[in-house]
Write a protein of this length. Structure first.
Length: 149
């Protein structure tokens, strides 16, 4: 159980750092004038913002495996989404094709930090999944299936 506690503490730290970096990147979006439309918010907010926070909370419950999978999936999605939109695909989010301005460097730096934080989040999700698989389920002496006593 100690391993699960340490893992939950580690996950909370990773998710908090990811949230801070994401907030800074959101501010650089606004500062540089990179549009983020309401449909994009609906597409991005649940998996990239709400899911990691929810996963960190669920890891402290008996549904820790669900929390670990949620963290792993949301951080993997964040990593793929961030790398694709900020570094690979053409568009206003691509750091290599942005117009110059005072917010270009902060935008590029926070985009890179979001990618790093997401990669660390994937590692944290894997670690949480391993710890959750080893942790006791909380059930005491369950009756074998088919036992009608």
């Amino acid at each position: 159980m100690r391993e699960m506690f340490r893992t939950a503490l580690y996950v909370n730290s990773v998710v908090a750092a990811y949230a801070l970096v994401s907030a800074a990147h959101g501010a650089s979006h606004a500062g540089h004038g990179v549009p983020f439309f309401p449909p994009q918010w609906a597409y991005v907010a649940p998996p990239l913002l709400a899911a990691p926070l929810g996963a960190a909370l669920v890891l402290r419950t008996r549904f820790r495996r669900v929390g670990a999978w949620l963290l792993l999936a949301s951080m993997a999605f964040s990593l793929l989404f961030g790398v694709a939109y900020h570094f690979l695909l053409p568009g206003p989010d691509n750091v290599f094709s942005m117009h110059p301005g005072p917010w270009k460097a902060p935008f590029a730096a926070t985009a890179a930090l979001v990618a790093v934080a997401s990669a660390v989040g994937v590692f944290a999700g894997l670690r949480a999944l391993r710890a959750a698989s080893r942790a006791p389920t909380g059930r005491r002496n369950p009756a074998p299936r088919g036992d009608t006593r």
